[in-house]
Design a protein around this ligand. Structure first.
Ligand code: TRP
Length: 332
């Protein structure tokens, strides 16, 4: 059976990059697969989180999934910490994965920065927990962006090594699902930097909670260059803002970038921005309205998570019991 697992961290407010790069794709997957969508709070605490904000962010991410159209009845939406099997299987994987494997992880190097000695052990072991997330449910397919591909490779290596070490054919070898256009949404203020919740400028991103006026304003103020719009992908060279805005247009309109280039090539940025703002408002404002409504209905969001936790535990329990048996933990 094919089973999708994906996770998103509850750190701060979600934005257009999270929506176009991840959540929107998940909405499409629910048609074809059994899906688990996890708010990965255990991953979040690999760097310091304010406890009050962490709770709020967990609800925020759950609300965003619902507002984007993920059906919580057909899929499982839950938060990671409430299914203890994630932490337990991660420990076993700490003993399967090799130091050498983790030492190669580029995201750890980036996140830990210069002061590696001061990074948490959790940040270092982060990819083992991610492997546990997926394999606790014997997930077969994981939708990921470019930045998570290396972690997914590691999950495959762990599955293979576990199977070899114990002479079993137990864990599936996970396949990545990589999505096409505009999975990488860049900052509206700097076309070379990824749209990010940590950018100090609000104008750099469109938040999942922005209303129509805010969306339009941010697009109007987006950074551009003085030339007319390019007419081919080659002309994106040296023009990251044009590439980004045209990519966003393509993603929102659900068309190829080539088509956006044909439609707008040679036109002025001002005209294009007006069209982009209209499109963005049309596509995003209803979802963002629903998002704000859900943010005020914490009882509903909490009920969705509680239901998801119960259903996730029901799948994870028997798998973890088998793992215990394979590893040789005596049942007492
Ligand atoms: N590491 C992922 C990210 O930061 C989040 C994540 C955690 C995840 N566990 C996962 C993604 C399992 C896919 C599958 O984006």
């Amino acid at each position: 059976m094919e089973r999708i697992f994906s996770g998103v961290q509850p750190t701060g407010n979600l934005h257009l990059g999270n929506y176009l790069g991840a959540i929107r794709n998940w909405v499409r997957l629910q048609e074809d697969y059994e899906c688990l969508f996890c708010v990965v709070d255990l991953h979040a605490v690999t760097v310091w989180q304010d406890p009050v904000e962490l709770k709020a962010s967990t609800r925020h991410v759950c609300a965003a999934m619902l507002a984007a159209g993920i059906d919580a009845k057909r899929n499982i939406i839950f938060n990671q910490s409430q299914v203890s099997g994630h932490a337990e299987l991660a420990w076993i994987f700490n003993c399967v994965a090799r130091l050498g494997w983790l030492n190669r992880m580029t995201q750890f190097k980036e996140k830990a920065g210069k002061n590696k000695e001061n990074a948490s052990v959790g940040l270092y072991a982060y990819p083992n927990l991610m492997a546990a997330d997926i394999l606790l449910y014997k997930g077969t397919h994981v939708p990921v962006g470019e930045d998570q591909k290396q972690h997914l490779e590691l999950a495959r290596d762990i599955a293979i090594k576990f199977n070899n070490d114990f002479g079993v054919d137990f864990f599936p070898v996970v396949e990545p699902l990589i999505f096409g256009a505009a999975t990488r949404v860049m900052s509206l203020r700097d076309g070379t930097a990824k749209m990010s919740k940590s950018d100090p400028s609000e104008l750099s991103r469109i938040a999942m909670t922005d209303d129509a006026d805010a969306i339009a304003k941010k697009i109007r103020k987006a950074k551009t260059d003085p030339d007319a719009l390019p007419g081919s992908e080659k002309e994106f060279a040296g023009r990251p803002e044009a590439a980004n805005l045209m990519g966003i247009y393509a993603a929102l309109a659900d068309i190829e970038v080539a088509e956006v280039l044909t439609r707008f090539g040679g036109k002025q940025f001002s005209d294009f921005k007006q069209e982009l703002a209209d499109l963005a408002v049309e596509k995003l404002a209803p979802m963002q309205g629903e998002m704000r409504r859900l943010m005020d209905d914490t009882a509903h969001v909490d009920a969705v998570l509680a239901d998801g936790v119960a259903r996730a535990r029901a799948i994870a329990g028997p798998i973890l019991a088998e793992v215990h048996d394979i590893v040789g933990f005596l049942r007492s």
